[in-house]
Ligand binder design. Sequence first.
Ligand SMILES: NC(=O)c1ccc[n+]([C@@H]2O[C@H](COP(=O)([O-])OP(=O)(O)OC[C@H]3O[C@@H](n4cnc5c(N)ncnc54)[C@H](OP(=O)(O)O)[C@@H]3O)[C@@H](O)[C@H]2O)c1
Length: 336
Amino acid sequence: MKRWILKSGGYDADALIIEDAQKPEPGPGQVRVRIEAAALNYRDYLVMTNSLWRTDLDLIPVADGAGVIDAVGAGVTEWKTGDAVITVYMRDFPTWPPHPDVGMGLGSANEHGVLAEYVVLSASRLVRKPASLTSIEAATLPCAAHTAWTALQKLSPARPSDKVLILGTGGVSLFALSICRHLGIEAIVTTGSEQKRERLLELGASEVVNYRIDPDWGNTVYQLSGGVNKVINSAGVGALNQSMAALKHGGNVVTIGMISQGEGEPVNEYALLGKGLTIHGMPVGGRDGLVELVAFVDAVGLKPVVHQTFSFNDAKLAYEEQRSSDLFGKVIISID
Ligand SMILES: NC(=O)c1ccc[n+]([C@@H]2O[C@H](COP(=O)([O-])OP(=O)(O)OC[C@H]3O[C@@H](n4cnc5c(N)ncnc54)[C@H](OP(=O)(O)O)[C@@H]3O)[C@@H](O)[C@H]2O)c1
């Protein structure tokens, strides 16, 4: 079989190589999955370029995959060959809250990922694929969609009467927008690209604010909305003050992203205290949340926004495209 490897000690695209390997055999409690599709996230670029996400292991990268079980190890009762599945991002994380052993996700540190024709995973590292999605579509759920679900439904759940501000148009953000639309929650979205404005409105955003043109975007959102109940902050700590400016009293900002790390002013304590705000940090979510999300996707017919699908051999081009400023939706690698 073929697999991609991120070579230990390499921190750019040259470290990504394709190689032949033996098909792995599942041990007790494990299954083997024939991977049909893998999806990229911003974090896959971090794993490639940042030593904090790596060990001295030659690593099969990428966390998010969909495929079909083709061999079952001893003691596995939950799965059988032929079952269609998607991966669970974090280790030993059945339910919220997280704990010190959840790791950094498949395809990072000392955990091999899914950018291979066959992978062996613990039986608990999978949930069933939504019946309403193809494997290409379903591969997008484990990190980006699951993160959006946790942010909207597990931490201070948003209600239909709420207003939510979503920062940027990455994978997490577009899933947050889709989930809001299906739940009847008003969503305002920021973007740094005027070209993305129309598409965001078509996807259901009530307002679009350009954070590059308008550096005081938080106050602008407050004026437009009368204050939002929740901010899905895929940008990072550098966007906290503007996020808090957009919130109404008692509101909540869920800080997910690491794009704006190190940017921005110290946190505005007057806004934080005076408005009685809460700031939640969060890692993706527990397996229970992904199971809920799969049921939701099938129930409402949610479809991911797909930016582009690449062939297995073109994985390096997929990595490049994930960093494109034109990115709008998920970058997927098809493995047939
Ligand atoms: N904590 C967790 O569990 C968790 C889970 C998933 C992802 N993340 C993190 O969340 C972030 C987004 O991940 P992703 O995979 O959704 O990203 P992505 O698909 O690669 O998209 C990145 C998007 O970020 C937007 N952006 C860039 N600079 C920005 C800024 N200064 N303010 C607001 N938006 C900005 C851009 O949107 P525009 O072009 O519209 O400006 C861009 O399309 C990353 O930092 C990732 O590591 C964390």
